[in-house]
Design a protein around this ligand. Structure first.
Ligand code: NAD
Length: 515
């Protein structure tokens, strides 16, 4: 059926081409119109640009066992009265605000100072720096571009293309009137202060101002961004507008006090849990007492863990960027959330050092005996090897793209169930849509209202995907899969993509193409 694709010469495999394997498989299965396939194969727009930032002066630690540190053994400690003007950064550096020098008693030798109880530091002068930035707008046939903003050191065009396309599929699966986009900046946020990140965010939005808007492109939080960053983006976008409140919907994931939605903070984790409940209901599996391992304890991982714990599940291990912790009879999730997210001293927001658990090597994480694994960190974590070792019945993709195609094949071979990202983590974008609606209507819905709608939406779309997968067309009071089943069975990932593509294709087929 793929008559229009000229792919005779083998192309280099990238994250994007890998992810598009599912797209092409599903497109083949539904006999997708060749021109629609071409429209969806590549993003509408790829915006690549730079943002610059004035990086502040820094104090960078010199470890006493460094060769260089030897020479400063006898350096007397400096005393800074305005100690709070040394701003700690997650990577161990300090930003040196000038007021730290007021009334200070300082001894500097070759640019090195000693701070009592903290050790030796090298003073490093601030400088302007540039960072590569992206906004990929994949498709808008169903509505304005929609997708998160990620600040991370390992991002690039290929990854953002992949994530933007995922948003197109996800918004269609969630059946909300948005398209797909994604973007962000290649930066390690752990190496910058809050103020520097604010400046970077302002600059990023400044450069994107003409490409964003509540009816054009609507960002949301993703890895290393949150409601605070969304507030800064909104301020930058609405600054100078005559009716700024009319533009609140330019970003979602805002704090509820400034136009955010109740329930948005936990919505992605909540969606993950609604999917798990449906899976459990289908399989006759008892969730109370179920053993769960969670990778990533940020927005998605921590919310999913909290909600599952409330259902009686035992979260037996958590892995994040800095550590892996284990407690066989279940972690105290509320205490862990407090330790990670409500402790200003925990700059890296990590589970590292949590007193209520044992630290184990990351290598041991995936083969812990459990029922459910929730990858909720970055992509490509469950490859063929990991898939060989996991000892669970179900993998639920809280993260975007955590399972490689090899991982998929091995999980399928081992008959381990999988709930794919485009439905499992669609809760976030669904409540983002509710937030956007509330902004347009100047309304404020209760958390109960939001969650009731979210539950209906996730569970009915999940049921449609399950019916497509089993080829069991059905109409019930809560869902109707008759239009989407294709006369043969498919794995859950392909089934989810079939649902997305059928909903997207309808727009092209019914509206036609503008010439
Ligand atoms: P976050 O920044 O709040 O948290 C990320 C977590 O992943 C942190 O705990 C971090 O320590 C951990 N992590 C980072 N690198 C890791 C590594 N190499 N190994 C193990 N853990 C690592 O991010 P988030 O918003 O929770 O997003 C997590 C995933 O969920 C991402 O893939 C994101 O695209 C996806 N997602 C997020 C949302 C949302 O609403 N926030 C919605 C849909 C999908």
């Amino acid at each position: 059926m793929r008559v229009m694709r000229k792919e005779s010469s083998p192309k280099k495999q990238t994250v994007y081409t890998e992810q598009m394997e599912t797209f092409h498989r599903a497109a083949d299965l539904i006999g997708m119109h060749p021109r629609v396939r071409l429209e969806l194969e590549e993003p509408d727009f790829e915006h690549i640009f730079y943002v610059t930032l004035d990086v502040r002066d820094r104090l960078v630690p010199l470890h006493e066992d460094d060769e260089e540190a030897h020479r400063f053994k006898d350096l007397p400690a400096s005393s800074m009265k305005a100690g709070d003007a040394l701003e700690p950064i997650a990577n161990g550096d300090f930003v040196l605000h000038r007021r730290a020098l007021l009334n200070a008693d300082i001894t500097v030798r070759e640019g090195v100072i000693r701070i009592a109880n903290r050790g030796l530091f090298k003073m490093v002068k601030g400088e302007p720096r540039k960072f590569k930035a992206y906004r990929i707008q994949h498709n808008q046939v169903r509505g304005p571009y929609k997708g998160g903003v990620r600040f991370h050191k390992d991002v690039g065009l290929d990854l953002f293309k992949t994530l933007a396309a995922e948003m197109t599929w996800k918004t269609a699966i969630a059946d909300i009137p948005f398209g797909g986009a994604k973007g962000g900046v290649r930066i390690d946020p752990q190496a910058y202060s809050r103020e520097e990140m604010e400046h970077l965010t302002l600059r990023y939005m400044y450069k994107l101002k003409n490409l964003m808007g509540p009816f054009l492109d609507i960002p949301a939080p993703d890895v290393n961004t949150n409601g605070e960053i969304m507030a800064i983006m909104m301020r930058q976008f609405t600054d100078g507008q005559r009716t700024p409140h009319a533009f609140r919907g330019v970003v979602t994931g805002k704090d509820v006090r400034i136009g955010g939605s109740e329930g948005r903070l936990k919505a992605t984790g909540q969606g993950v849990v609604y999917c798990i409940e449906e899976w459990a209901r289908d399989k006759g599996f008892q969730l109370p007492g179920a053993r769960v391992i969670v990778q990533g304890f940020g927005n998605v991982g921590s919310a999913a863990a909290e909600l599952l714990a409330a259902l009686g599940c035992r979260i037996v291990a958590v892995n994040d960027a800095n550590a892996t912790i284990h407690k066989d009879d279940g972690l105290d999730v509320a205490a862990l959330v407090k330790y990670v997210h409500e402790n200003p001293e925990n700059l890296r927001k990590t589970v590292l050092g949590f007193p209520g658990a044992t630290a184990i090597p990351k290598a041991d994480f995936w083969n812990i005996d459990a029922d459910i694994a929730i990858p909720a960190a970055l992509g490509h974590e469950i490859d063929g090897n990991v898939a060989e070792t996991v000892k669970v019945k179900l993998v639920v993709e809280g993260a975007n793209g955590p399972t490689t195609p090899d991982g998929d094949r091995v999980l399928a071979m081992r008959k381990i169930d999988l709930i794919p990202d485009i439905i499992a983590n669609a809760g976030g974008v669904t409540v983002s849509y509710y937030e956007w609606l509330q902004n347009q209507r100047m309304e404020h819905w209760t958390e109960q209202d939001v969650n009731a709608r979210l539950e209906r939406a996730i569970k009915s779309n999940y049921a449609i995907i399950r019916d497509i997968s089993r080829d069991q067309p059905a109409k019930t009071v809560t869902h109707d899969s008759r239009r989407y089943c294709i006369g043969k069975t498919a794995d859950m990932r392909t089934a989810a993509m079939i649902l997305a593509l059928k909903r997207i294709e309808a727009h092209y087929l019914l509206e036609g193409f503008s010439q």
